[in-house]
Design a protein around this ligand. Structure first.
Ligand SMILES: [Zn+2]
Ligand SMILES: [Zn+2]
Length: 230
């Protein structure tokens, strides 16, 4: 698989060179995982797979923005803005690709899921935003060639809030927590969706991320447009 990270900026005001665009990953020049910028449609994807419908992952959820063309899409729920969306919460195939949605905890208002994408023997995980992934789902991940996840917060524990009435958590966990979870399943973790901590001093931030690597796992920060070949 050829995996191109189109955008690495989280839902923040701040940006930095090489980190200006919101979430989107182009696989094999064929389909997109998330659609955080309208311009990603210029790649003419055959379909789009959404982790969740926050505007930095689905640009048309922003005020005064709309999706002009009807595009085939898959996601954890069906927003009114998308005519051609198939809600998929169980595994599905599309051409040579096999998608396994994995439920994630992130927001009280929108549903969210990560995806294992398989093509032949190759397997990658794209998480989208993550407050937590339940242990029973972590166990289902198996061995992955690459994990693409988020870097909203560097500090351990990230920024998790708890809804008083329901006790449900939401927000973003920290990079060290994500590395701990996913190191058990892969030897390559790629971070995107960076928060303010990253934009303040990119070189230092990249270094901090790289330092989380060890003999068994390489952890790295992606740049807008960076390509990985599996
Ligand atoms: Zn989100
Ligand atoms: Zn986001």
């Amino acid at each position: 698989m050829k995996v191109k990270i189109l955008g690495t900026r989280g839902e923040i005001e701040r940006s930095a060179p090489w980190h200006t665009k919101h979430s989107g990953v182009l696989v094999d020049d064929t389909f997109l995982l998330d659609l955080g910028e309208k311009e990603y449609l210029d790649h003419d994807p055959e379909f789009v797979v959404f982790t969740h419908f926050h505007p930095d992952h689905a640009f048309f959820m922003r005020k005064h923005q709309q999706l002009d063309k009807s595009i085939e899409a898959y996601g954890p729920e069906k927003p009114d803005e998308l005519n051609n969306l198939y809600k998929r919460t169980t595994a599905f195939d599309r051409g040579p690709y096999h998608f396994t949605p994995i439920p994630t905890i992130h927001s009280l208002k929108v549903k969210s899921q990560a995806y294992i994408v398989e093509k032949g023997e190759q397997r990658i995980l794209y998480t989208g935003d993550l407050a937590w992934m339940e242990k029973k789902y972590q166990k289902e991940l198996g061995k992955l060639d690459m994990v693409i996840t988020e870097g909203s917060f560097f500090k351990k524990g990230g920024m998790i809030r708890r809804h008083k009435a329901s006790g449900k958590i939401f927000g973003h966990t920290g990079v060290p927590d994500l590395v701990r979870i996913f190191s058990k399943h892969t030897n390559h973790i790629v971070l995107m969706h960076f928060g303010n901590w990253f934009m303040k001093d990119i070189e230092k931030a990249r270094e901090k991320i790289a330092k989380l690597s060890n003999d068994d796992v390489k952890v790295e920060a992606a740049r807008d447009g960076q390509e990985f070949s599996l």
